[in-house]
Every structure is written in C-alpha cells, then in structure tokens.
Write a protein that binds this ligand. Structure first.
Ligand SMILES: Cc1cc2nc3c(=O)[nH]c(=O)nc-3n(C[C@H](O)[C@H](O)[C@H](O)COP(=O)(O)O)c2cc1C
Length: 190
C-alpha cells in the first residue's frame, strides 16, 4: 500500500496544492461608475441551467462590495502572457481601473462592467445569490452573456491559443498548453 501523508485542511499551507483555481480578472463597477479590476482564482462553474458560476471573494474586497451593490460582474479570462500584469495588479492601490493596470476596457454585451480587451474570453454575470462565511463570500453569478476571441474559437487547438492558467500556491501558477482529446478505441469485434 502507498504511504499517505496527512496535511492541514488550511488551504494557505497547501504545498503542493491538490486543487487548482483558474486565474481570472474580475471587473465590477465602483459606486462612482469607474471600473475595478481584481485577480481571482476561487472560481468554478456550478450548474448548467441556469448557467451558474461561484466566485469566492473576501467581503472587504472592492470586488465583493461592488457586486453586492450593483449585482453585476464580468469574469475576464487571461492567457498566461498576462501573468505578470495579473500578479502586479493586486498590489496597485484603489481606485484600480482597467486602464490603471495597463489594459483596455471595452463595452460588455449586456452588463455594466467592462470587458478587458487583452483577455481572451469573457463571462458576463448577474448575481443570483450569495452566501457569507465570516469574512468570506461565495457569490453565485448567472452567466447572461459570453464572448471569446475569434482567433481562439477558430484555432486548430483553441487551448493552445487560450493558454489558460491556474493558481497552484503562493506565487506559483500552472499553464494549460494544449487540449488533449481521447481517441476512441477501435473495437476489434465488428
Ligand atoms: C492569482 C491571484 C488569485 C487571487 N484569487 C483571489 C480569490 O479567488 N478571492 C479573493 O478574495 N482574493 C483573491 N486574490 C487576492 C485579490 O486579488 C487581492 O486581494 C485584490 O487586491 C482584491 O482587489 P479588490 O479589493 O479590488 O477586489 C487573488 C490574487 C491573485 C494574485
């Protein structure tokens, strides 16, 4: 039998981490209508109908406050070429607009917060519900519109184009470099 080492349930201590969190840039709107950007990685789809995603966010963060107030946000999906910008962005003081982190805001299809042009895909969300656990919030967003760079949609391997990246542990990320498809096994019988 393989030896198993136990480790703490406290995620802050996980090294290596057994779970991944895709890195995204969430845009929301401040009270004065300016955009706010923050990197997030506690994010996953939760349901098909309605299309629901969950985002874990500290209640004190501008992102959480903006979403509770305006009920809308955009999940912008960067490729790993933006990794440095993403990490640096969290250290910039507020107000932290899209322009302030050196990227370009463009209008969303149906929600108020902007898309980030340099990101490759965008999920426009309306807040459906939220759950509070002490200082942390789980925000459930219904995806009401979505868009992606044509280049990625039409690429032979869209994943090689998207280069999605994921938080592993402190200052460490991983990159999806290509998509791998299962090859259907040929049945020998007929
Ligand atoms: C790669 C990365 C992933 C992060 N993921 C999260 C997250 O999922 N939830 C969260 O509350 N903070 C996360 N943070 C920290 C916030 O981005 C950071 O505290 C930021 O300044 C919050 O900005 P805001 O107050 O504008 O929301 C992450 C930071 C980085 C660099």
């Amino acid at each position: 039998m393989k030896e198993k080492l136990s480790f703490s349930p406290d995620k802050r201590t996980w090294s290596p981490s057994p779970l991944l969190g895709q890195i995204v840039l969430v845009t929301s709107l401040n009270e004065d209508g300016q955009s706010n950007v923050a990197p997030k990685s506690w994010l996953s789809m939760m349901a098909f109908e309605p299309p629901l995603l969950a985002l874990g966010c500290n209640l004190a963060h501008w992102t959480a406050q903006n979403i509770l107030c305006r009920q809308e946000f955009v999940v912008n999906v960067p490729g790993d070429e933006l990794a440095e910008v993403v990490w640096r962005s969290q250290t910039l003081p507020h107000p932290r607009t899209v322009e302030r982190i050196g990227l370009t805001p463009i209008p969303a299809q149906v929600v108020g917060p902007p898309l980030i042009e340099e990101c490759k895909a965008h999920l426009e969300c309306r807040l459906a519900q939220h759950l509070a656990f002490g200082a942390e919030l789980v925000l459930l967003g219904q995806v009401v519109a979505a868009s992606m760079d044509r280049e990625a949609v039409e690429a032979d391997d869209p994943y090689a184009c998207l280069r999605l990246f994921t938080f592993l542990e402190n200052d460490t990320y991983g990159v999806i470099e290509k998509g791998q498809r299962f090859r259907k096994k040929r049945s020998s019988g007929c």
